[in-house]
Design a protein around this ligand. Sequence first.
Ligand SMILES: Cc1cc2nc3c(=O)[nH]c(=O)nc-3n(C[C@H](O)[C@H](O)[C@H](O)COP(=O)(O)O)c2cc1C
Length: 142
Amino acid sequence: MTMKIIYWSATGNTEAMANAIFEGAKNAGAEVELFSVDSISAQDALSADLLALGCPAMGCEVLEESEFEPFFAELEGNLSGKKVALFGSYDWGDGQWMRDWKSRVCDAGGILFKNEGLIINNTPDQDGLNDCANFGAGFAAF
Ligand SMILES: Cc1cc2nc3c(=O)[nH]c(=O)nc-3n(C[C@H](O)[C@H](O)[C@H](O)COP(=O)(O)O)c2cc1C
């Protein structure tokens, strides 16, 4: 199984999650690659068997609008039957952005790992990083 982890991050919190997910997946034996969203096309992303997508809550409980939202919108029509994992950091909200994002994946026919996204408040602490590594290892076996 090939996995691609693709994320957007401004202040490094979602990036730290992505790095820990990458390590977890790699240690579990996955053939995994890590990309910042500006360095891969939606078409290339779809070549992976497993797609892990990371974006923090931005705007008012939405995906980051200039880079990540256009990328995800392009993927969205091609997610049917695709195994997808979602993750991201947030601050003052209650995770609404992730609930909405999850619905979009499910409505598009994607198969969502754990049936929910992994969300972490602000900067992941060691427990949070461990959760991310376990998330990556679990997704590798999904
Ligand atoms: C412009 C902007 C909008 C944000 N909107 C939300 C929001 O709607 N809900 C929320 O919980 N956090 C919001 N946040 C907080 C970020 O999600 C939080 O700082 C997160 O850790 C950033 O992740 P990053 O370090 O990967 O960029 C916002 C932050 C910024 C800068």
